[in-house]
Design a protein around this ligand. Structure first.
Ligand SMILES: Nc1ncnc2c1ncn2[C@@H]1O[C@H](COP(=O)(O)OP(=O)(O)O)[C@@H](O)[C@H]1O
Ligand SMILES: [Mg+2]
Length: 232
């Protein structure tokens, strides 16, 4: 199993008030699969993803990624793990505004040990003709394509996408989901995606529903849908 999580707990303290966000989450994802985490706002999805991505730390539990329990890593080792092995895609793209498309990607490839070629990845996401544009000159869907290119150029083992279509219209969302499915096929990248849109679960191998900090349902999806056939 590529991701294996047992009894993961996480709470935040704000002043005197302690909020239990994850209350004992069990979770797995096979290598090369697509996993989708579904749940309403505030249910703990981003917290779970941030722990898997090494942005945040668990209070207790086992978080196995490709055989390593990342809860046991030092801060430096966790930073290396995040830099070298994880690609992130966010709802609002998070591109650097004063760098061109090509430069946004090279910021990441320059610090990677085994980067893919920038032009190859720009072609893969359909943005090879926009290499010298700035983010503000692009549509939302185009900016998300660039942010996917930036996440994938480091050739990550795991691609984490937090509401990647949350700011996009329907047809652009489908284009982005098709692209993620293509990346999964072409590069064999394991993908874990968060969404509150249950229709997107159709393209996953494993679907998890999160409610109130707990997994309320875990579904092994027998018939994975092509992204272009997803409707909502
Ligand atoms: N850094 C933090 N400090 C305090 N509370 C937090 C922090 N991050 C998240 N929370 C709280 O944890 C709960 C779950 O948040 P989150 O994981 O972002 O949910 P989701 O992604 O499902 O919307 C929310 O109630 C949120 O306010
Ligand atoms: Mg969230």
């Amino acid at each position: 199993m590529f991701i294996k999580i047992d009894n993961l707990k996480k709470s935040y303290k704000t002043g005197e008030i302690k909020t239990e966000v994850l209350k004992g989450v069990d979770f797995y994802l096979e290598r090369g699969h697509v996993g989708v985490i579904l749940g309403p706002s505030g249910s703990g999805k981003s917290t779970l993803m941030n722990i898997i991505g090494g942005i945040d730390r668990a209070d207790s539990g086992y978080v196995g990624i490709d055989g390593t329990d990342i809860t046991k890593l030092s801060d430096n080792a966790l930073t290396d793990y995040r830099r070298e092995q994880i690609g992130f895609v966010f709802q609002f793209y998070n591109l650097i505004p004063n760098l061109t498309v090509g430069e946004n990607i090279e910021v990441v490839s320059n610090i990677s040990k085994t980067p893919l070629n920038t032009d190859e990845i720009l072609t893969a996401v359909g943005m090879d003709n926009k290499k010298y544009r700035f983010p503000k000159e692009l549509s939302g869907g185009e900016q998300q394509r660039v942010s996917i290119a930036r996440a994938v150029v480091k050739n990550p083992k795991l691609l984490l996408c937090d509401e990647p279509t949350g700011a996009l219209d329907y047809s652009t969302s489908i284009e982005i989901l098709k692209l993620l499915q293509q990346i999964n096929k072409d590069y064999g990248t394991t993908i874990l995606m968060i969404t509150h849109n249950s229709a997107i679960g159709g393209m996953a191998n494993e679907i998890y529903k999160v409610r109130n900090g707990e997994i309320s349902d875990a579904i092994a999806n027998e018939i994975v849908q092509s992204a272009e056939r997803i409707e909502w």
